[in-house]
Design a protein around this ligand. Structure first.
Ligand SMILES: [Zn+2]
Length: 108
């Protein structure tokens, strides 16, 4: 059966796996179902904001200490799928939230 897919980034796509749209990496690793945040299926690296470089330093150290830089990697091949700056402890931000009425990627 032919796999239908939607490319979201260079290495991230939605494709039908057993009839359900799932996020997959270019290496073939399945990162999770389409309703979920694909970042949940990634390996997370969380770093201080200061790791971004001097241009990202805040004049308010208290605020800077509440924020973090997150990187999301494929746990299989290590490619980085996403980054975000967020408050420490906050849920992952949603970069992609498709609306699929059938739960599968279909031809348009
Ligand atoms: Zn991968």
């Amino acid at each position: 059966m032919e796999r239908q897919r939607i490319f979201i980034g260079d290495n991230l796509k939605l494709e039908n796996i057993n009839g359900e749209a799932c996020y997959t990496c270019a290496c073939g690793n399945i990162l999770g179902p389409w309703e979920a945040n694909f970042k949940e299926g990634c390996t997370l690296k969380e770093s201080p904001i200061s790791s971004l470089g001097p241009g990202y330093a805040s004049s308010d150290p208290d605020m800077e200490n509440r924020m973090c830089f997150r990187e999301f990697f494929c746990p299989n091949c290590g490619v980085r799928h996403a980054t975000e700056v967020a408050r420490i402890g906050d849920p992952y931000l949603w970069d992609v939230q498709p609306k699929l009425s059938s739960g599968a990627v279909s031809e348009s």
